[in-house]
Design a protein around this ligand. Structure first.
Ligand code: GLU
Length: 504
């Protein structure tokens, strides 16, 4: 099946507005556009839509471009890259007069008009409409002005906007690639502003002018834009231009099926980077929000996703942003990393000021860390400094802070635990081969000797050696700590239980 009826190379765009921290949903849109372009051998264009000057936020553009780069979504045309339709920033395109000219074109061919209604009049109108329980919107006051009236307006130098003339009858129909033909009643859409009084275009005008000039063939954007699309289709009609194919991507929901928002936790893409998710995981995870390859594969490389992608695989049903699945997937990606690569990544995190506790000297021993990585590899879900430090600090510390109550296991008292730990220290001292397997055999025998369950002895030892109830396999931990430290920690814990303080 072909992707759409369009012929010729695919040209798609990601058109963010720099008004905040880029949201995962927004980057999902960018990603699917990118994948579609790469799959078809087309072009992926980045265009910055900064015409809403009031909502612009400092630093937002850098974060948007940073997020694209982090995900590996390289663009063929756009900021920093150039291209045949430079500039790719709308405020710069405005200076070139592109939008004013387009608005003028619509005025001349009878599809738009100048409006000089004051904010006060519009406010009163709104209040009246509300009082009469009518839907609010422009009443067309300036639509039918005579030429003389318009000239008088312009002689007065009144603030002027340009409005699109919405047809008063008929219907607006457009085809959504995922949903089929959608029909709208234009009488519900009042004459909307396309050029503001400060000369800036509204989004509606600006993006159409640019999509047309830049030869955009498919518009993949979030479902939230469906209600605006009838306006766009009417404008394409007014210009006499061919509209692109519209593909409105499914809405993202939180696990409770309400619209994904801050309430559900992190929603800014770079927060996931900062919390230790790998770009490969994020790429894979975002690609599956509203798209599936049609097989059961979920974990796929970027190349596989590009290869398997098709518009047919997109689904209009809402997609759930499931953080548990994301964490699971990140674990899968982390486990796929070679130990050396992971070790290098962990080194950077652990050596950071908020990595391992300050008391641990930097630089940390690279080889030792590489030896430890296999012990935690299985349990890693993300590269989180605090979590990593908790998992690994005790390997680097001379002494660890113990909670005696945690050392004592169910069915044992302090004295019995201390004595079991003493026997363990002696066993460790005398162990012939300080390796996990023989140590385990030796300690299982010790359990029998001491009439303890493995759960009891191993539990006490685990806390004594690591100060944690959850830690890597006990005997691997002993080996990684080394004989001397293992013996010392077992003895110290015993002494703590008996005397309330360690005897050094
Ligand atoms: N600038 C719009 C946005 O923020 C673009 C919408 C579109 O893709 O048409 O999201």
């Amino acid at each position: 099946m072909t992707d759409t009826s369009h012929t010729g190379p695919v040209r798609v765009r990601y058109a963010p507005s720099p008004t905040g921290d880029p949201h995962v949903g927004n980057l999902r849109t960018a990603l699917l556009n990118w994948v579609f372009a790469r799959h078809t051998g087309g072009q992926f264009i980045v265009r910055i839509e900064d015409t809403d000057r009031e909502r612009m936020l400092d630093g937002s553009l850098d974060r948007i471009l940073g997020a694209l780069e982090w995900l590996g979504l390289d663009w063929d045309e756009g900021p920093g890259k150039g291209g045949p339709f430079e500039p790719y920033v709308q405020s710069e395109r405005k200076v070139l007069g592109k939008y004013a000219e387009a608005a003028q074109q619509l005025i001349e061919n009878g599809h738009a008009y100048k409006c000089t209604c004051t904010p006060e009049r519009l406010d009163q109108l709104r209040q009246r409409q509300r009082a009469e329980k009518k839907s609010t919107g422009y009443d067309g006051y300036c639509r039918n002005k005579s030429d003389e009236e318009r000239e008088a307006d312009s002689a007065q130098g009144l603030a002027t906007v340009v409005r699109f003339k919405v047809p008063l009858e008929g219907e607006v129909v457009f085809n959504d690639v995922l949903r089929g033909p959608l029909t709208f009643d234009p009488s519900l859409l009042q004459d909307f502003v396309i050029l503001k009084s400060d000369g800036y275009p509204t989004y509606h005008l600006a993006h159409i002018v640019d999509d047309h000039e830049m030869g955009i063939t498919h518009v993949l954007r979030s479902e939230e834009w469906i209600s605006s699309t009838p306006r766009h289709v009417m404008m394409y009609d007014g210009f006499g231009w061919e509209p692109p194919e519209f593909v409105h991507l499914s809405i993202l929901l939180g696990p409770d099926r309400s619209k994904l928002s801050k309430r559900h936790g992190d929603t800014a893409l770079l927060e996931f980077r900062d919390k230790g998710f790998l770009p490969g995981t994020m790429f894979n995870f975002l690609s599956l929000l509203g798209w599936s390859a049609g097989d059961d594969e979920e974990v796929m490389t970027r190349e596989q996703i590009v290869e398997k992608f098709s518009l047919d695989g997109l689904n209009a049903a809402p997609s759930i942003f499931d953080i548990t699945k994301l964490e699971w997937m990140n674990g899968v990606y982390l486990r796929q990393l070679p130990v050396e690569t992971l070790s290098e990544m962990l080194l950077l995190e652990l050596e950071a000021p908020d990595g391992l506790p300050e008391s641990i000297c930097r630089p940390i021993d690279r080889d030792y860390l590489t030896q430890l990585v296999p012990l935690v590899h299985e349990r890693l879900k993300k590269i989180d400094r605090e979590e990593l430090s908790g998992m690994l600090a005790y390997f680097f510390q001379d002494t660890i802070e113990l909670d005696p109550a945690e050392v004592v296991q169910k069915g044992m008292d302090e004295a019995a635990t201390a004595s079991a730990l003493e026997s363990s220290a002696t066993a460790l001292e005398s162990a012939e081969l300080f390796e996990a397997k023989p140590l385990e055999a030796q300690f299982r025998a010790l359990c029998v000797e001491l009439d303890l369950k493995p759960r009891q002895l191993f539990g006490a030892l685990r806390v004594a050696l690591t100060a944690r109830k959850v830690a890597p396999p006990l005997f691997d931990t002993m080996v990684a700590l080394g004989r001397d430290r293992s013996v010392a920690r077992a003895r110290r814990a015993a002494s703590l239980l008996l005397h309330g303080q360690p005897i050094s």
